[in-house]
Design a protein around this ligand. Structure first.
Ligand SMILES: C[S@@+](CC[C@H](N)C(=O)[O-])C[C@H]1O[C@@H](n2cnc3c(N)ncnc32)[C@H](O)[C@@H]1O
Length: 233
């Protein structure tokens, strides 16, 4: 599968939706929850604020975010995979008093209002976009002036470093073989391909500066395996 082809990416996430959360827990040993909590603790969303979760998938980040801002504030989760959105909605219905809604849409082609949100999050979405810089521009457009955003994803490790080899072996020797057993070889082999052209932290910061964010920081997590781009408009 070609990375960054939006139709293929949407089909991929539709097709793996039922197993997605289980495999996420398995492959990260549950640590993705910790990294998402870390993202929220950097951003410190406040009760009453209105946030948006771009590339929300099954709502894994939208739900803890909604617990922080509800009932006076709200979260809008956006994803172009309708199968993922249906699962997100099902999860949200199991909790009371969450102010949360969902939108099935391509985040690079949305009609959401500009300068409207108190915060934006995106977890493991930027790497999948046909144009990551356009994704950052979209975040900038959606945020109110002075508002914050955080983008969590794999960190693009420098070739030849220990982090790079760890990432490569982890993907090739753990993720792909286990995914193959579940009939999802091609879908998870895509992960390594998606990392090849993914901008590293420095390049993400450079893009954000060019777009006009006022404060920009890149935090490394998990010994260099993950990174969080923190932004303020
Ligand atoms: C790796 S999943 C991450 C899901 C969730 N944020 C999480 O951390 O569990 C990436 C998600 O991005 C969505 N996605 C990728 N490109 C998109 C786009 N252009 N517009 C909307 N959603 C997109 C996919 O459908 C998929 O659900």
């Amino acid at each position: 599968m070609k990375p960054r082809d939006p139709i293929a990416i949407r089909e991929l996430f539709d097709s793996i939706s039922q197993k997605y959360d289980f495999l996420n827990d398995l492959f990260s040993f549950g640590l993705h929850r910790f990294w998402k909590r870390q993202l929220l603790s950097y951003l410190a969303p406040l009760s009453g604020e209105n946030w948006i979760d771009l590339c929300c998938g099954t709502g894994d980040l939208s739900l803890p975010l909604a617990r922080l801002v509800s009932p006076l504030g709200s979260v809008l989760g956006v994803d172009f995979s309708h199968a993922q959105i249906l699962l997100a909605n099902k999860r949200a219905l199991t909790e009371q008093n969450l102010s949360i809604s969902w939108l099935t849409e391509d985040i690079l082609e949305n009609n959401l209002p500009s300068n409207s949100y108190d915060g934006v999050v995106m977890a493991y979405g930027l790497r999948n976009l046909s144009d990551p810089e356009a994704g950052l521009k979209e975040i900038h457009r959606l945020l109110k002036s002075g508002a914050k955003a955080g983008v969590l994803d794999f960190n693009h490790a420098v070739a030849g470093t220990k982090t790079f080899y760890f990432q490569r072996f982890y993907l090739r020797l753990l993720v792909v073989p286990i995914a193959s057993i579940m009939g999802l070889r091609e879908e998870y082999a895509y992960l390594e391909k998606s990392l090849q052209n993914f901008p590293d932290g420095e390049l993400q910061k450079k893009m954000a500066r060019k777009i006009g964010f006022k404060k920009i920081n890149y935090k490394i997590l998990a010994g260099g395996q993950m990174g969080i781009l923190l932004l303020k408009k």
